[in-house]
Write a protein that binds this ligand. Sequence first.
Ligand code: ZN
Length: 238
Amino acid sequence: MEVKVDALVLRTADYGESDKMLTLFSLQQGKISAAIKGVRKASAKLRFAAQPFCFAEYVLARRGDRYTVIGATMTDGFYALHENIDKFYAAATLTGVCDALLYGGIVNEELFLRAVNALREMCEGDEAEALIGFLLHALALSGYALDLSACAVCGAPLSGRTYFDLARGSFTCGECAVGSGVSASTLEILKKCTGTPYDDSLICADGKKRALKLLYAYFRSKTDEKVKAFADYIAMLP
Ligand SMILES: [Zn+2]
């Protein structure tokens, strides 16, 4: 039986002499594994379809619960991500987070579309901001939404130095102060990346790094998963 899916490559692993096993995030069937034969040979026609972040329409042959890729038509290879080390790691963080959040067979169309859009944004613009925006949406879709609009205790609008409670995933104002301190710069970057009004004058050079550290700590506390690319990407940022 043949099936066609629109899918993004989350992860690849070599096996056999020249084959790979792909972990695909598909629009229609969620996360699936599929073998792809002979793609480590330089002349392989489907070589592109086994590259990280490849977005393509895959034709899969299904036998029992095993899939093999028998054809693919590229939708977007996101080549810019392969030409810049920062962009590459930001994209690897995105695919690693999707891999950690998805369970086999669960369809998540919104997360899929957010992932593809964020990869496009990473190609064209600031990859750290595209990643932060994606992470906030991905966490919200998994039931871990962060409310940046108001103090979780008194309801006052959040501005300046605030506090973040990792266990509750809640921000509090300077008066209520539950959890660890969060710089004004971190808060404003998080607001910016969710498309809410923010104060640009409060954003410092290391704002994105701090925001990503907060998001990774929160992600780890909720999922118990490590994403190596995420830690590596944070370490690379200035
Ligand atoms: Zn408060």
